[in-house]
Design a protein around this ligand. Structure first.
Ligand code: IMP
Length: 221
């Protein structure tokens, strides 16, 4: 199965004026525009939760959060799956939570090196259905590496949910990797907010926004 239902935001897609939304004062000059407002993110996650709920059987599921960028998506997705577990009558999926940290970027460029931090307890994934929950897929290298690492722990099945997937300029504007569940397919721009960071800044911003040149300069390491 592929993410056929993802919302595709075109190259000249909607760019919401920052002045029409509330953003933290300390970031006002560091952003170009709002790409995906917080409310739309929530509505999309509600539907992803429903798709996941319907497509998984009743077997227990391990949801694996990729920190730090995935934490808001993970938390909201789990809340919405829990609501379905409480309110959908007969069916309910027992979910256990796990966390992993990966490092692949320096400033706004892929370093080509991917480090997997943590993961001491990955042997608990043996025989489990695993749902990886990630913030954004860009080249896809991080996900390919993670999937091959997880394979060694012999899970029963592995699926990937990513809130965002980038169309790559260097790949005919196609994503480098398409997960089973994708929230939005976005243009090849550096985006921040809703836990996505630029050198650890902008996680405290609710909307997903395109960073400005000034923001890049200000927060470069
Ligand atoms: P990939 O290996 O190129 O797919 O990179 C995936 C990782 O890079 C994500 O988990 C993010 O941590 C980071 N990343 C890629 N693009 C962006 C972006 O536009 N904003 C923030 N982080 C990004």
């Amino acid at each position: 199965m592929t993410a056929t239902n993802a919302i595709e935001i075109g190259e000249d897609g909607q760019a919401f004026d920052l002045n029409c939304f509330c953003v933290p004062k300390h970031y006002e000059t560091d952003l170009e525009y709002v790409l995906i407002p917080y409310g739309v993110i929530q509505d999309r996650i509600e539907r992803l939760a429903r798709d996941i709920f319907q497509e998984f059987g009743q077997e227990p599921l391990t949801a694996l959060c990729v920190l730090k960028g995935g934490y808001k998506f993970f938390s909201d997705l789990m809340d919405k799956i829990n609501q379905l577990n409480c309110n959908q009558g007969q069916k309910s999926i027992p979910v256990s939570l796990d966390f992993i940290r990966l490092k692949s970027y320096e400033n706004d460029q892929s370093s080509g090196q991917i480090q997997i931090l943590g993961g001491d307890n990955l042997s608990t994934l043996k025989g489990r259905n695993v749902l990886i929950v990630e913030d954004i897929i860009d080249t896809g290298r991080t996900m390919v590496k993670l999937l091959s690492t997880l394979e060694r722990y012999e899970p029963k099945s592995v699926r990937v949910a990513s809130l965002l997937v980038k169309r790559r300029e260097d790949n005919d504007r196609k994503p480098g990797f398409l997960p089973e569940y994708a929230g939005f397919i976005v243009p090849d721009k550096f985006v921040v907010g809703y836990a996505l960071d630029y050198n650890e800044y902008f996680r405290d911003l609710n909307h997903i926004c395109v960073i400005s040149e000034e923001g890049i300069k200000k927060y470069s390491q």
